[in-house]
Design a protein around this ligand. Structure first.
Ligand code: NAD
Length: 434
């Protein structure tokens, strides 16, 4: 058995800060408040519901993850956030329309108490939104300083021992890495010069890391996926993770594709289309914002199917992803997948998936798990990209030169084996006698 790592205990209060207090963030907060009162079960959360096998099968050791690793309890969480539109989490939840009044009622006072701080917002990056609750600080450097001051104020006022930040804000317009993103020095100069290539989410990420706060990115924006933020995370000793919560159609894709590949069935094409009518859908209706999402969604199949290794099976795939904004659906997205596969002697077959999902219901437990596991990572002395949390992302950031794993089953094994290793337990390999 390996030596357990020293991990500081999860004492005191953990503040969870979300830039973006929209559908996902408000559903997450409401779910935690409701679970705390015993009104609902935190379905979808590994940190709350999953067990982890330890040792050999015959030992019968299978504790809950939350009893095995020292993560903060739900009662220890305090919530805060920024939003250019929503005033507080109750208003955000009502606007989003994900949860019904019967669920919001018992916790409405607490939700209303989670007020949004004024946002660092720039419409250039989200053309479809018109934000009014916006910081007036002139220039990006001053905006970063204002966020750092918000973070410290929140920490003090809420008597938090530690904080984590999870980006739940809108998807920003597509951008590629540019010179200003290449080092901390270049980025800080860019903040002073108001460089147009620095997006609001990067200013939040910078403020978080400078304040020693782990940052996880739920949208496909670059945010912490740039060399400057990796450098900052390393020098400040802070964990980062991203990007883009793995929910809905991509979740299905990363469940199905590994299964097809495990049986060496071929794939000729995968056509995915969606309708959704929430604010996220409205933002993604703009081609520049959709492009950011599209890149994130398209990367999934190649990494799982390895066309460079399995040319006969996966060397010629048409992969198309569409998102259509359709207001009547609200947050209740509907996704259709048409999957053209082929089998023995090349004979074609088709699979149709029609997933009537609720986006924020799938995303909320991911926010919870990321907040708790990022805090655990910080207390375990981890810094930089937390690749073991790839399980939660559509477009996982890699910690090293190799691309991160997309196959959800490998990702789950990696997550659990990382926890086992930190706690001094042997990895479970599922080898014949294991
Ligand atoms: N719901 C899912 O299943 C899912 C999955 C993957 C990724 N995401 C991403 O998560 C994010 C949140 O999704 P949502 O459904 O809650 O969207 P939403 O539109 O309901 O909420 C996003 C909120 O962010 C706010 N915002 C925009 N720019 C901001 C800024 N600069 N600072 C602070 N707040 C800002 C908006 O005003 C809005 O209230 C989106 O980027 C979405 O693409 C969601």
């Amino acid at each position: 058995m390996a030596e357990p790592r020293p991990i500081a205990p999860a004492t005191g209060r953990l503040g969870v800060l979300t830039p973006g207090l929209g559908a996902v963030a408000s559903t997450f907060i409401a779910g935690v408040l409701s679970a705390r009162r015993g009104l609902t079960v935190p379905v979808g959360s590994l940190s709350q519901l999953a067990h982890i096998r330890l040792g050999e099968r015959h030992e019968g050791r299978n504790p809950l993850i939350r009893d095995f690793v020292p993560i903060a309890g739900l009662d220890q969480l305090v919530f805060g956030g920024w939003d250019p539109i929503s005033a507080n989490a109750l208003e955000a939840a009502r606007t989003a329309g994900v949860l019904e009044e019967r669920d919001l009622g018992p916790i409405s006072g607490e939700l209303e108490g989670v007020t949004a701080m004024d946002a660092v917002f720039d419409q250039t990056w989200v053309k479809r939104l018109d934000g009014t609750r916006v910081k007036t600080a002139a220039g990006k450097w001053a905006q970063a300083e204002a966020l750092i001051a918000d973070i410290e104020r929140f920490r003090t006022e809420n008597e938090c021992d530690r904080l984590v930040m999870v980006w739940c804000g809108s998807t920003e317009a597509y951008q590629e890495v540019s010179d200003v993103h290449l080092s901390v020095a270049a980025f800080e100069q860019g903040l002073r010069d108001d460089d147009p290539n620095i997006s609001p989410s990067q200013i939040y990420a910078y403020a978080a890391l400078v304040s020693g706060v782990p940052f996880a990115n739920g949208a496909p924006n670059l945010s912490v996926d740039i060399p400057a933020m990796r450098e900052l995370a390393a020098t400040r000793g802070v964990p980062i993770a991203g990007k883009d919560f793995k929910t809905g159609q991509t979740l299905m894709k990363t469940i199905l594709a590994p299964g097809l590949k495990s049986r060496m069935l071929g794939l000729r094409g995968w056509y995915s289309t969606n309708i959704l009518g929430n604010r996220d859908g409205e933002v993604l209706d703009d081609p520049e914002n959709f492009k950011t999402k599209e890149v994130s969604k398209l990367g999934v199949l190649d990494t799982i199917l390895q066309p460079e290794v399995y040319g006969d099976l996966y060397g010629n795939i048409d992969h198309v992803v569409r998102i259509n904004y359709y207001p009547p659906r609200g947050d209740n997205k509907e996704g259709w997948d048409n999957i053209d596969i082929f089998g023995w002697m090349g004979y074609p077959m088709q699979i149709k998936v029609n997933f009537l999902c609720r986006d924020s219901i799938l995303a909320a437990p991911i926010v919870l798990d990321l907040a708790l596991f990022m805090d655990l990572a910080a207390r375990a002395g981890q810094s930089g990209v937390q690749e073991w949390l790839s399980f939660y992302f559509k477009s996982p950031q890699a910690g090293g030169p190799s691309p991160a794993e997309h196959d959800i089953f490998i990702q789950q094994t990696k997550l659990k084996n990382t926890l086992r290793a930190w706690m001094g337990e042997d990895p479970v390999t599922h080898a014949e006698d294991d």
